[in-house]
Design a protein around this ligand. Structure first.
Ligand SMILES: CCCCCCC[C@@H](O)CC(=O)SCCNC(=O)CCNC(=O)[C@H](O)C(C)(C)COP(=O)(O)OP(=O)(O)OC[C@H]1O[C@@H](n2cnc3c(N)ncnc32)[C@H](O)[C@@H]1OP(=O)(O)O
Length: 719
């Protein structure tokens, strides 16, 4: 392992005349840094002044061949100390706020002067030096800051109320400086040292004093200040050759009322007190925003009358109740429509074939994962915030017949964490069973935590269910559907209330121009269209799905699902039709059996005609001039012997398709296409949009070109 060096870096250490500060200064200088040794030279209680302490350390550094300069200013005039660095070395890269004094007295004996002096040196001093260094750091897009807190602040200590308050104040200061500095590569961390120093010399027994040498802490501080250290906003406690991160643990807590309209009573607080203070399954939240997200989730639960998942986390399982209504809301969320009579089975509880869409059963698994702390604490020493999480991949396998209502129990397990550089992959597996213990589904949810990579983990693993490889031929079938601008607003009613999908501010924080669609909504659309294409809409034929989310989708975009049949496996890829961007790749659906692509003539042609209808509706919507000229398109099937069996009318004015003849209007416009291209269109080999672009398909006045292409579709477009 090569030495971690600080060549070319300028390090300012306040209170560096003795103890910890001196040790820091010596260590940085020995690793190539130029050091500003600041020390006012006062006594432990802040009285007096001398240049000796700083001069001695500077001489010590120079004797060892290092570079250092002394500074005798008070930290309360922090700008002068930073000026010393700039005047002597032209820059500053690291600031260690170490200077401190003590005015120990029991709480009632603390005078205003004792209080003010302690706050001035610790809190205001660190504020002044940091505020002076910050613009320099910002300009060079690099800076490392250390605040020195204390166990007296974190845990309290008799006789140190003034000092404890200042030290805890530094934690708050560092938390916010870390957030504001992050985007300029300025990191601010907190060291909580337990060391033998000028301040503790006559407080500690001699043998303990020796065991707690400052030299044992200095390397921890030096690493936090090295460019290779990505830690920011951490509280690191260290002493005696040990170091560990401290975090504030937030109990799972208790919801104190049953619904949004109810008030909280003191009696309820008393009743739930044990739960409120039970930190056994507590979480460490990473930001104030996470607190808000957690509270929004509580409000959502209250709104839905669903407060059980909080109670169930204790045994690591999660309970999920659902009924017909939830299945129907889900089906609407993924684009099912009564305009397709076959889809009534997903939307009407009294339909003879009423059945759940299979991907609904990812929802209980997702809820179980999201309400456990396995994801946020997946990487030791780091807290992954929910804002970082994108849905990366998904696998779902159905193990038994799916119910249309009931209670499900899910058990999530984090099985692998991979380091992908730009992010971390968190692989969770969730088994879900009904209340009698019958296994229903197996889910594997792969989360991509943006910005959580580079933690030194393995890039490859063995647990992720592999993606499929699509055949290299043209798709056997492509079906498209436009999502609604309100698609995410509708889909979130199925349980995933992540604000990323609806809140423009949250989307901006995560780096998107506008809210993005839930990955599972895009996948739900896709699988629904696969079922339409290869299972005659029968969701009971579904066995499993695997998919990778490659790019986000914006609500309102059109999803085009390209499909290839290989036995019972339907490979598919979903692209955004407007931009031809793949958004789901490596995907497949395994069916129990395939309803042959060569479907009865009627269905086969209906599928194709639907695609053409959708295409024309889109064209007309986007071209107001054309919209004026075209009123309706007629489409009908011809049987092998030339008999017309079915006819649809498309009302372009109202974007409606209905069976039968047009009710009014005189045709004056026709859909034109060569016989050859029409045939290609009809069997789905030629994409209508591509055909239009290439000029192969035209919408013009008074031309009619339709042949008996039995058993294929025949189309006329008229006005
Ligand atoms: C716990 C539950 C969690 C799930 C629920 C979450 C709650 C939901 O509300 C959230 C959502 O629905 S988010 C919406 C759906 N998801 C998306 O839109 C993500 C789309 N994907 C992307 O943007 C990029 O792939 C992106 C950003 C993910 C990665 O792009 P890059 O950083 O550019 O990565 P890249 O350079 O392409 O590849 C680096 C390595 O990572 C692997 N990888 C990339 N995308 C992956 C993905 N989607 N899933 C799994 N692995 C992925 C690459 O293979 C590469 O690894 P290696 O080099 O080893 O092959």
């Amino acid at each position: 392992m090569s030495d971690l060096r600080f060549d070319g870096r300028v390090v300012v250490v306040t209170g560096a005349g003795a103890g910890l500060g001196r040790t820091y200064a010596l260590l940085f200088a020995s690793r190539g840094a130029k050091v500003v040794v600041n020390d006012l030279g006062g006594g432990r209680d802040g009285d007096g002044k001398s240049s000796k302490a700083a001069d001695n350390v500077v001489n010590e550094i120079k004797t060892r061949g290092g570079t250092a300069v002394a500074d005798y200013n008070s930290v309360v005039e922090g700008e002068k100390i930073i000026k010393t660095a700039i005047d002597n070395f032209g820059r500053v890269d690291v600031l260690i706020n170490n200077a401190g004094i003590l005015r120990d007295k029991s709480f009632m004996k603390i005078t205003d002067h004792d209080w003010d002096l302690i706050q001035a040196v610790h809190l205001k001093g660190s504020f002044k030096t940091t505020q002076a260094a910050f613009p320099v750091f910002k300009k060079q897009n690099y800076g490392r800051i250390i605040m020195t807190a204390s166990t007296s602040g974190l845990y309290g200590n008799f006789g140190q109320a003034n000092y404890s308050a200042a030290k805890m104040g530094l934690v708050g200061l560092a938390n916010t400086v870390a957030i504001e500095g992050e985007r300029y590569n300025i990191h601010c961390n907190i060291i909580v040292p337990t060391a033998a120093s000028r301040l503790t010399q006559d407080i500690m027994p001699p043998d303990l004093f020796e065991a707690l040498k400052p030299d044992l802490i200095a390397p921890v501080v030096a690493y936090l200040c090295h460019e290779s250290c990505l830690e920011n906003g951490a509280i690191i406690e260290s002493g005696g050759g040990w170091a560990g991160k401290c975090q504030i643990l937030r109990a799972n807590g208790a919801i104190l009322r049953k619904n949004l309209t109810e008030d909280v009573s003191i009696e309820n607080v008393q009743k739930l007190w044990e739960q409120i203070i039970d930190t056994k399954n507590g979480k460490c939240l990473g930001s104030g925003r996470e607190v808000v997200i957690a509270l929004v989730e509580v409000l959502e639960k209250l709104r839905n009358g669903d407060i059980k998942s909080i109670q169930n986390e204790e045994d690591g399982t999660d309970e999920f109740s659902f009924n017909n209504r939830d299945l129907i809301i889900y089906a609407l969320g993924i684009g099912a429509s009564v305009s397709k009579k076959e889809e009534l089975r997903y939307l009407y509880e009294n339909d003879a074939d009423f059945s759940p869409l299979p991907l609904f059963f990812i929802q209980p698994a997702l809820q179980a994962v999201m309400s456990s702390s396995q994801i946020t604490t997946a990487i030791p020493g780091r807290n992954i915030s929910l804002e970082q999480i994108l849905h990366g991949e998904q696998y779902l396998e159905i193990l038994n017949d799916l119910p249309t209502e009931g209670k499900l129990i899910s058990c999530p397990k984090l099985v692998e964490v991979l380091d992908k550089g730009s992010g971390a992959l968190l692989v969770t597996e969730v088994d879900t069973c009904d209340k009698n213990g019958k296994s229903l589904t197996r889910n594997q949810i792969v989360a991509f935590a943006k910005g959580a990579g580079n933690f030194g983990g393995s890039r490859t693993g063995s647990k992720i269910v592999p993606c499929g490889i699509k055949p290299s031929r043209k798709p056997d079938l492509s079906l498209s559907q436009k999502t609604s601008i309100d698609q995410a607003a509708l889909y979130r009613l199925s349980g995933d209330t992540n604000p990323l999908h609806i809140d423009p501010n949250m989307a901006a924080i995560v780096g998107y121009d506008s809210p993005i669609l839930h990955g599972l909504c895009t996948l739900g659309f896709s699988v629904r269209l696969v079922l339409a294409g290869f299972a005659n809409y029968d969701s009971r034929l579904f066995r499993a799905v695997k998919a990778r989310f490659t790019k986000p989708v914006i609500p309102g975009q059109t999803l085009k699902v390209n499909m290839w049949q290989e036995g019972n496996r339907i490979h598919f890829e979903t692209v955004i039709a407007e931009t031809n961007t793949p958004v789901i790749t490596g995907a497949y659906v395994d069916l129990k059996s395939v309803v042959e692509l060569k479907m009865p003539e009627k269905e086969s042609s209906q599928l194709q005609s639907d695609a053409i209808f959708e295409f024309i509706i889109d064209r007309v919507k986007n071209d107001p001039a054309k919209a004026k000229a075209i009123n309706a398109v007629f489409l009908y099937n011809i049987t092998k012997d030339g008999k017309q069996v079915k006819q649809w009318t498309m009302d372009l004015k109202n974007a409606q398709v209905y069976e039968g003849l047009p009710k009014e209007g005189k045709p004056n416009t026709t859909l034109t296409v060569s016989d050859e291209d029409f045939m290609e269109l009809a069997v789905g080999k030629l994409n209508p949009q591509a055909a239009f672009m290439k000029g192969k398909l035209k919408i013009a006045g008074n031309i009619m070109l339709a042949q008996k292409l039995t058993p294929l579709l025949k189309a006329e477009a008229k006005l």
